[in-house]
Design a binder for this molecule. Structure first.
Ligand SMILES: [Cu+2]
Length: 363
């Protein structure tokens, strides 16, 4: 282990990081393995296209593995959390959630993690798509102004969360350090008309929900699991109004849904739609005809549905106070042609004769 790690850890985090280092960094493997690097030399090298939410990189059309280079920069920045409310977010790629990464099963991923010079904290990354100690966390301990690198083979297809795993881990996650990486199966995913990146998370501020100004992180509320904000894509209204997702009746939609937590489990639901397929927990199997799917903290789901008729479809966490009082609400605005055989809209609103109320036998 390099001596700069514990020295910096004590300076910034006192005991917390020191404990993490002694437990997590113990047994850290040495750097590059020449044999693995030689094997990679035969693969074509591609630069990963990264996207900010709600955008998703284009589907992979390759039929063979590649060496994919990911360049991801961690940036600490003040951004909007709600109207009149800002927060010092810690980000992967300058957005919350972080940049979406898309690779193919069997790819060799050369991961370069940068920590912007303006950062105050060291960060790292644990990708749930990685088979290896810490998911890459030890290999990517990155000081401000530094770049670290490790390489992994994407062995398992699926939709995976990544997050910072620097102590205190919960604080780094609470500040916005998570995102999604999709490892497409070798055969690819079924073509759809629109793909979206939606990630839920919870925020803990010293002020109550809506209290204006720059709101500091509340460790006490985080420990108590009592969020002031539960949001999609990093802020209240990130997916409403001018930011609403859009589609046209007849479109087949795929949403890559993640949950960064740090605490809340999401009961993900789209009001007015039924998921034709849910690849639950981001895995390879799907369930059909699903109303609400659970997305655990640190987990994901891929939901697919055809929008049949126009309307505003509302993405919510169906733990419903969160939707209407804490921010977990987004809109999928669908235009196009009505089909009154599928949905009529209101057919009448009339008076009816008064009588004995229904259920009057219930005493
Ligand atoms: Cu971090």
């Amino acid at each position: 282990m390099k001596s700069r790690h514990p020295r910096l850890g004590r300076a910034l985090f006192a005991g917390a990081l020191a404990v993490a280092i002694s437990s997590v960094f113990a047994g850290q493997a040495m750097a590059a393995k020449p044999a693995a690097v030689a094997a990679d030399a035969s693969l074509p090298t591609l630069q990963a296209v990264l996207t900010s939410p709600p955008m998703v990189p284009a589907p992979i059309t390759r039929k063979t593995p590649a060496k994919v280079v990911v360049d991801l920069e961690m940036v600490e920045k003040e951004m909007r959390l709600a109207d009149g409310v800002t927060y010092n977010f810690w980000t992967f790629g300058g957005s919350v959630p972080g940049s979406f990464i898309r690779v193919r099963e069997g790819d060799t991923v050369e991961f370069k993690l940068k920590n912007h010079h303006s950062s105050h904290m060291p960060h790292n990354i644990d990708l749930h798509a990685v088979s290896g100690q810490g998911g890459g966390a030890e290999a990517t301990f990155t000081l401000p102004g530094k770049e670290t690198q490790f390489t992994f083979k994407a062995l398992n297809p699926g939709l995976y969360v990544y997050h910072c795993a620097m102590a205190p881990v919960a604080m780094h996650v609470a500040n916005g350090m998570y995102g999604l990486i999709l490892v497409e199966p070798e055969e690819g995913l079924e073509p759809v008309d629109k793909e979206f990146y939606v990630m839920q998370s919870d925020f803990y501020t010293e002020g109550a929900h809506g209290e204006p100004g720059l709101q500091p992180f509340s460790l006490e509320k985080g420990i108590a699991e009592n969020p002031d904000y539960v949001v999609f894509n990093g802020s209240v209204g990130a997916l409403t109004g001018d930011n609403a997702l859009t589609a046209t009746a007849g479109d087949k939609i795929r949403m890559f849904v993640g949950n960064g937590g740090p605490n809340m489990v999401s009961s993900f639901h789209v009001i007015g739609e039924i998921f034709d397929k849910v690849y639950f927990e981001g895995g390879s199997k799907y369930q059909e005809n699903v109303q609400t799917t659970l997305v655990p903290a640190g987990g994901s789901a891929m939901v697919e549905f055809k929008v049949d008729v126009p309307g505003n479809y509302v993405l919510v966490d169906h733990s419903i106070f969160r939707a209407f009082h804490k921010g977990a609400l987004g809109i999928l605005k669908v235009d196009g042609k009505e089909n009154h055989n599928i949905y009529s809209g209101q057919q009448h609103d009339i008076d009816y004769p008064e009588g004995v109320p229904q259920g009057s036998h219930h005493k």
